[in-house]
Design a protein around this ligand. Structure first.
Ligand code: PEP
Length: 248
């Protein structure tokens, strides 16, 4: 039985004040199924310490949105996995499509980040997904396979089976156009099959315009173990509703 996981990606939104308020609200109201559902939030790096203390002793987890592939040194602007661990992070997103598209991150850099995260005991949430053009060209499976295989080659299959993988079609992120439950299920089943015989225990998430209206149907799918939520994670009430929907 895989425990559902709902992760909020706050992206580059909010202020110090609003981040504390949001974390505080989530921490006070999170009670999804007495621990049957796990939830975590990923604020901007600069707010990690504030959000960690706002979450306090609650069971809401903390994650980061990105991590350096390097351990330490002259990498201006980067934040290492050891630094994130020091700020109570347990999760970190790697290979989010916005990192791939806006900052040119390649699959081999993503693999190096994945390794750096695991090296410090963080659980990477590996994000994979195809663009609209790739889907229209019938290249979805090829693209997903390349993104997964780059990490398997660098880290090994076992490393991937102790991580979380999020399928996030690029055309569904922040667009309001959610993948149909069948579309999401098809790709997540493909990912699970690619992860080999230990894949049954790996948590696979769907991300892309998940909200309180569409989450329940997505969670009914066999291979969807939760969600990576962007826009809807910025409103405590909606985020909590999504968490509750993952209970059943
Ligand atoms: C995301 O940022 O990972 C995401 C899925 O965003 P949204 O839910 O806003 O589409």
């Amino acid at each position: 039985m895989r425990r559902p996981l709902i992760v909020g990606n706050w992206k580059m939104n909010g202020s110090r004040h609003s981040s504390i308020e949001l974390a505080d609200n989530i921490a006070r109201h999170f009670s999804a199924g007495d621990g049957r559902v796990e939830c975590a939030v990923c604020p901007p790096h600069v707010f990690l310490a504030d959000v960690a203390s706002a979450l306090g002793g609650s069971s809401v987890g903390l994650g980061a949105q990105d991590v350096s592939q390097f351990e330490q040194g002259a990498y201006t602007g980067d934040v290492s996995a050891a630094m994130l661990a020091e700020f109570s992070c347990t999760y970190v997103l790697v290979g989010h499509s916005e990192r791939r598209a806006c900052f040119g991150e390649t699959s081999s850099q993503v693999a190096a980040k994945f390794l750096a995260a695991q090296g410090e005991g963080l659980t990477p949430i590996l994000c994979v997904g195809e663009t609209l053009a790739e889907r229209q060209a019938d290249r979805t499976l090829e693209v997903i396979a390349e993104q997964i295989d780059a990490v398997v080659e660098a880290a090994g299959l076992d490393a991937l089976t102790s991580a979380v993988v999020a399928y996030e079609p690029v055309w569904a992120i922040g667009t309001g156009e959610v993948a149909s439950p069948a579309q999401a299920q098809e790709i997540l089943a493909f990912i699970r099959a690619r992860l080999g015989e230990k894949a049954n225990t790996v948590r696979l998430l769907y991300g892309g315009s998940v909200n309180a209206e569409n989450a329940a149907q997505l969670f009914e799918q066999h291979d969807i173990d939760g969600a990576l939520v962007g826009g809807a994670a910025l409103q405590a009430e909606q985020f909590m509703t999504i968490c509750q929907m993952a209970e059943t």
